[in-house]
Ligand binder design. Structure first.
Ligand code: GDP
Length: 304
């Protein structure tokens, strides 16, 4: 991911190297190149516009620096703006003062929520936490079973209405809000310090699905609501993210499928448009394919 964007930006900045002073024409040309590179990487148009305007304004106002040549200064500006868009400092999970910490997952069907649930559970367990997974995706017939498999692989228990016997589980009439509440009660009773609540998604955003997610959110008052988005989604990322922002007011973003050949635009667009930080990245189908997202490292990777 970001390979092509990275190559394009590197080539652009190469042209600035060795220049003693940047003219307005240099800056215009560079801004144009950055704009094209971002658009080709599938970054949403309004995000590109705001980003380039900001870089240009700062580049035009550059003071002569003793330590950096103008080309390096522009790279530094682009780097800082990228870090800013991606959420600034690495954002850690907000843990509840009174456990359990409740983490709700939201996103479209197929985004990678159930997979992420297992990954996050495994990661938190390795950090010494005692997570409980709660299966509230009652929409997709196999979701409860899939979460149970992931829970088993992560060595983390799963709360579902009929734990361990998912075939008996009536997905048609089950009430995900009650399951979420009961799951948290179970976590309290069994002294789990973190609860991860998997919820249902649809292939596209629809009112019923969003209402269900909003109802779960209202019932369990989570410490974090993580919006999981497939990095391959491209230009659709913005509308999907805005719908979830309005529906469940998520607190952080998880990018999934970063191992694919996504051009990276979704990452930059979603974080920028919603103002919410990217917190984790999913990079494959195995539970180990999981990373804490560091905006500064990602920006450096893009500008490498
Ligand atoms: P959900 O509907 O949001 O719960 O999505 P799932 O967790 O079921 O994921 C949908 C599909 O994408 C499954 O086949 C997963 O194995 C796959 N998947 C999830 N995360 C990743 C990832 O980071 N990389 C790749 N390559 N596949 C993923």
């Amino acid at each position: 991911m970001f390979n092509s964007l990275s190559d394009r930006l590197t080539a652009t900045f190469k042209n600035l190297r060795g220049k003693g002073r940047l003219t307005e024409a240099d800056i215009d040309g560079t801004a144009r190149e950055i704009r094209r590179a971002l658009l080709d990487a599938d970054v949403a148009v309004p995000v590109v516009r705001a980003f380039v305007a900001q870089v240009k304004e700062r580049a035009l106002g550059l003071e002569v620096s003793e330590s950096l040549n103008p080309g390096q200064q522009v790279v530094k500006i682009v780097n800082e703006e990228l870090v800013g868009i991606l959420g600034g400092e690495t954002r850690r999970l907000n843990l509840a003062k009174n456990p359990p910490t409740v983490i709700m997952l939201a996103g479209l069907q197929g985004a990678g929520k159930t997979t992420l649930a297992g990954k996050l559970a495994k990661h938190l367990k390795a950090e010494g936490h005692t997570p409980l997974l709660v299966a509230c995706d009652l929409q997709r017939p196999n979701a409860v079973k899939q979460l149970q498999i992931n829970g088993e692989r992560a060595g983390v228990p799963v709360y579902a209405p009929h734990p361990g016997v998912s075939s008996e589980f009536d997905t048609a009439t089950g009430d995900p809000v009650s399951v979420a509440r009961d799951g948290i009660a179970e976590a309290k009773a069994k002294l789990h310090d973190i609860v991860i609540v998997d919820t249902a998604g649809r292939l596209g955003v629809d009112t019923e699905m969003m209402n269900q997610a909003a109802n779960i959110r209202a019932a369990i008052n989570p410490d974090e609501v993580l919006f999981v988005i497939d990095a391959m989604i491209g230009q659709d990322a913005v509308n999907t993210a805005l719908a979830f922002q309005e529906g469940v007011n998520f607190t952080g973003v998880v990018l999934s499928k970063l191992d694919g050949d996504a051009r990276g635009g979704a990452a930059l667009s979603v974080a920028s448009i919603t103002g919410k930080p990217v917190m984790f990245a999913s990079t494959g189908e195995n539970l180990e394919d999981f990373e804490i997202f560091h905006p500064d490292r990602m920006a450096s990777r893009i500008l490498d």
